[in-house]
Design a protein around this ligand. Structure first.
Ligand SMILES: Cc1cc2nc3c(=O)[nH]c(=O)nc-3n(C[C@H](O)[C@H](O)[C@H](O)COP(=O)(O)O)c2cc1C
Length: 133
């Protein structure tokens, strides 16, 4: 069974395009499976030792709408032994005060549940004022 579950939401299709590229780079379906959060549950997350949570920021510092409905599911996942990475899409020119807030909002909901977060991304080259990400 694939070890990586990529859970994403996407209103305009940008995040869907990006996670599809990530899936390919990781080795395709045998390694990483895509789950749109508009039809996923905590039970879908449980089997994976590695989770990638991908959410664009919408409506000035809010979760993408499907993530907004899904986020309570995260409380029911047992994160023991799991590693989690975040992917966030946003627009630094249009929304410099809430640039890529969504991963920070998600992290706030699960950070006290024993989750191990992996991955870093440089802020160099991005022009923004504030980001929860
Ligand atoms: C109405 C609206 C509000 C947005 N608000 C933010 C925001 O607060 N912060 C941010 O970084 N990007 C914001 N964005 C940019 C989106 O995150 C960006 O367009 C993203 O690529 C959308 O991803 P999706 O196509 O997967 O839905 C906003 C875009 C729109 C149209």
């Amino acid at each position: 069974m694939a070890k990586i579950g990529i859970f994403y939401g996407s209103t305009d299709g940008n995040t869907e395009r990006v996670v599809t590229q990530i899936q390919t780079l990781l080795g395709g379906e045998p390694v990483a499976v895509l789950h749109n959060v508009n039809s996923a549950s905590a039970d879908d997350m449980q089997p994976y030792p590695y989770l990638i949570l991908a959410c664009p920021t919408w409506e000035i510092g809010q979760l993408q709408e499907d993530w907004d409905s899904f986020i309570d599911e995260l409380q029911d996942v047992d994160y023991t032994g799991k590693k989690v990475a975040y992917v966030g899409l946003g627009d630094a020119d249009g929304y410099p005060d809430t640039f890529i807030d969504a991963p920070g909002i998600i992290h706030d909901r699960i950070k006290d549940k024993g989750v191990t977060v992996v991955g870093q991304w440089p802020t160099e080259g991005y022009n923004f004022e504030a980001s929860k990400g």
